[in-house]
Design a protein around this ligand. Structure first.
Ligand code: ME8
Length: 745
């Protein structure tokens, strides 16, 4: 089902960032604000999985919400086509690389189509625009312009580059001359030395720190900002931004022997994607990036893995080119599967689609329902179940985990039993008791004791909460709040039993009140949940017989009791039919196994095209060691001073601490150790409250090999005394001020 909403009316509603309980906006501006939102551009060398779909789903929901609030929205996604691996994968597949890349690009677009995420058009002004890089002439011009500008301003210089290169895999493994093995083939990488162009990142340190201070929302959530600040305070090195040995990429301006470094290339796509071509600039670029038509908010939504590139390199590249900076880089958490990072090589990937090519459509529809259900409906249910589950169960900004059990559980409890059931109960009763004419709900003004119903108050609280929290993308808590409203309406139906009220005219009002309230709750929910469940809420909207579409209502203007008298409700078709959990799970797993087996056998699978660690920061790890928090290495043996010197002990500050779901003893900590922020799991949850740990100075064993505790990576160990028989941990700390990163010896 494709829903097209007529043009929204602007200018009648004031815009605001905050709404109060009575629906009043607290800040006013009549101007139609611009909002430009981007996903990362994805590497097209691997098939997109649920993790990669997560960012795009989040952005689609945000774009829809902003559009409802009257923003003029541009939403960009795309593919990052830099990299020799694409060339090699194309060779293995036996097709020209251009064709290979173009086909992979389509996989992403197909997936967005399958997931009901529309492409930009006059019908879908907030739909996604798509950018691709290496083979896009406009993008080449844009990147070369960026490089020239930085060069003219004196931020680029030619220097000798020393790093490690894997001749077998033809890839740069590390920008550091220290010996290292290639993380794809495992062979020792060779030391190479070549003349490269360097970006003088080091001179931007002060300007970046000032940016973080003046624009605290530049990096969100806050705890990620702390990581970024610590990294920059630790000192910045100049970075090599050209590569001599790579052929596939954008040629360096006036030096075709070299290609531009992947991140200079990739980040510039945020400009190209809205019509930037160096000196030639589209109206959209002027509008959304330059703010030529009034204020414009630019937000980059990314996963936490690529924060440094966006929060440190990107603003510096833009400053070097004299261009404005985005408003916010929002780094969300990671979606794990089976307590691990999804990875094709580990075989633990969840694909949101299944056999798009053979026309079977989305995995979730086949699994969720028996195939007698209309295919279109199955598609809608699959998409929306996935959207709801990911956004509801992952507190935005933190890590989440995907499981089929969780998905079905949410589907049944919230979508089928919650929303679907409320509509299924309410609408038929309105049809049978009131000839289909929706009765008015009780008045908002009446006090709870007069009306005896809490629903008007809960509804207006839910509206306020949703509007205020959606501004900071807190989908999980917003959905919880909306479902509190649904439960409230359900409870009222159960308590007042409108079906048991007699037909006596004196009782008719009581029944009208209850059903009018339930109808009004459904109307609120259809509007508030629209960004997450665009198709189901529209279906509900049609059944409620509301005009135009749910997307056309500004949620901030939603008021209790706005029902037009005489509205005749439609037939209640099931919005979310209930699933047989066991049968569905079996089918889901079968399909996922088949899908993975098929993937494994694809020609390109023989090439490790997945890892792009060359371009992503890897935490330095050196000597192997065992143990983690809580392990004791007590031994009577004496060791030499050389042995002791192998342990790298560093001073750090705990930036954040949070529980690990399902692990009663563990806390996940982010620790600033001067040069970087480390994630460490510590077995101290029974003795320390997370909030008491933030800001505390500790000692970290910094060169332990990373290991997984309850599926969470731990990069180091915090020193603690083990006191008493219970081994109560008491963290080692300092009385005097000691800078982070200081070595203990
Ligand atoms: O990094 N959980 O591309 P990429 C949550 N081309 N999000 C996930 C995820 C997971 N398990 N897996 C992937 C690149 N993502 C560069 C970006 S931008 C100028 C260049 C999402 O294909 C998340 O947004 O490796 C992450 O940052 C992104 O996909 C990485 O995509």
């Amino acid at each position: 089902m494709s829903v097209v909403c007529g043009p929204l009316k602007f200018g009648t509603q004031p815009y605001s960032s905050e709404t109060t309980d009575d629906g009043q906006h607290t800040t006013d501006s009549q101007e139609m604000k611009k909002f430009y939102l981007t996903t990362p551009i994805y590497y097209p060398n691997a098939r997109p999985h649920v993790g990669s779909a997560y960012t795009t789903i989040v952005c689609d929901a945000i774009a829809r919400y902003k559009r409802m609030c009257g923003y003029d929205v541009a939403f960009l996604t795309g593919t990052d086509e830099h990299g020799e691996k694409l060339q090699r994968a194309a060779d293995v597949a036996g097709i020209p690389v251009e064709q290979f890349v173009a086909e992979k690009r389509e996989l992403f677009k197909d997936l967005w189509r399958t997931l009901g995420i529309p492409q930009h058009s006059s019908e879908h002004p907030a739909g996604y625009r798509f950018v691709h890089t290496s083979q896009n002439p406009a993008h080449r011009t844009a990147v070369q312009w960026m490089i020239r500008q930085a060069g003219k301003a004196g931020y680029i210089e030619k220097k000798r580059y020393e790093g490690r290169y894997c001749v077998f895999d033809e890839r740069y493994v590390s920008d550091n001359p220290e010996p290292v093995n290639c993380d794809i083939c495992g062979r020792p990488a060779e030391l190479i030395s070549e003349e490269n162009y360097f970006f003088r990142l080091s001179v931007f340190q002060d300007r970046l720190l000032r940016l973080y201070k003046d624009q605290p929302e530049f990096v969100l959530p806050d705890f990620r900002m702390n990581e970024v600040k610590s990294f920059v305070k630790g000192g910045l090195h100049d970075i090599s931004i050209s590569r001599r040995r790579l052929k596939w990429g954008i040629p360096w301006p006036d030096d075709p022997e070299q290609v531009v470094y992947v991140w200079y290339d990739a980040l510039t796509s945020y400009l190209t994607g809205i019509g930037f071509e160096g000196d030639k600039r589209s109206k959209d670029f002027e509008k959304y990036w330059m703010g030529a038509e009034g204020p414009s908010e630019v937000v980059h939504m990314i996963g936490k893995d690529i924060l440094r590139f966006h929060a440190v390199y990107w603003p510096a590249f833009l400053m070097a080119a004299g261009l404005p900076l985005p408003k916010t880089v929002f780094a969300h958490g990671w979606i794990y599967y089976q307590q691990d990072k999804m990875s094709k090589s580990k075989g633990n990937v969840v694909y949101p689609d299944n056999g798009i090519a053979d026309g079977r459509g989305l995995v979730l529809h086949d699994k969720i329902l028996d195939l007698t259900y209309p295919a279109k409906e199955r598609a809608r249910l699959g998409n929306e179940a996935l959207r709801y589950y990911l956004l509801r169960d992952t507190p935005f900004g933190l890590d989440g985990s995907f499981s089929y059990e969780g998905l079905i559980q949410r589907y049944n409890s919230d979508l089928a039993n919650g929303l679907g059931n409320l509509a299924k109960r309410t609408l038929p009763m309105i049809r049978s008791y009131f000839d289909g004419i929706a009765p008015s709900p009780v008045q908002q003004q009446a006090s709870d004791s007069e009306t005896g119903s809490l629903l008007p108050r809960i509804a207006s609280q839910s509206r306020t909460y949703a509007v205020n929290r959606l501004a900071s993308h807190e989908f999980s808590t917003v959905l919880t709040e909306i479902w509190r409203l649904i439960s409230g309406a359900d409870r009222e139906l159960n308590e007042r039993r409108p079906w048991a009220i007699t037909d006596d005219p004196s009782q008719r009002d009581r029944r009208a009140d209850v059903l009018g309230n339930a109808y009004e709750v459904l109307r609120f929910v259809a509007v508030l949940a629209y960004p997450v469940l665009p198709l189901a809420t529209q279906q509900l909207w049609t059944q409620l017989n509301q005009r135009e579409c749910a997307a056309g209502v500004d949620p901030r203007s939603l008021q209790w009791g706005q029902l037009k008298p005489g509205t005749i409700v439609g037939k209640a078709e099931p919005i979310f039919p209930r699933l047989d959990k066991e049968a569905t799970l079996r089918k889901l797993r079968e399909l996922a196994d088949e899908d993975r087996a098929r993937e494994k056998n694809t020609k390109e699978a023989s090439i490790q095209v997945e890892s792009q660690s060359e371009q992503k920061p890897v935490a330095p790890v050196s000597t192997p060691a065992s143990g983690g928090a809580g392990d004791s290495a007590a031994t009577d043996q004496k060791i030499t001073i050389d042995n002791f010197a192998k342990i790298d002990l560093r001073v750090g500050t705990i930036l954040s601490a949070e529980p690990i779901p399902g692990a009663t003893k563990l806390l996940k900590l982010q620790v600033d150790i001067g040069t970087e922020v480390r994630q460490v799991c510590a077995g101290i949850a029974e003795y320390y409250k997370p909030e008491d740990l933030v800001g505390m100075k500790i000692v970290l064993v910094a060169n332990l090999q990373p290991r997984k505790l309850r599926g969470v990576e731990s990069n180091g160990m915090i020193l603690a005394a083990s006191v008493g028989e219970q081994g109560k941990p008491v963290l080692a700390t300092f009385k005097e001020e000691v800078p982070n990163g200081t070595k203990l010896k």
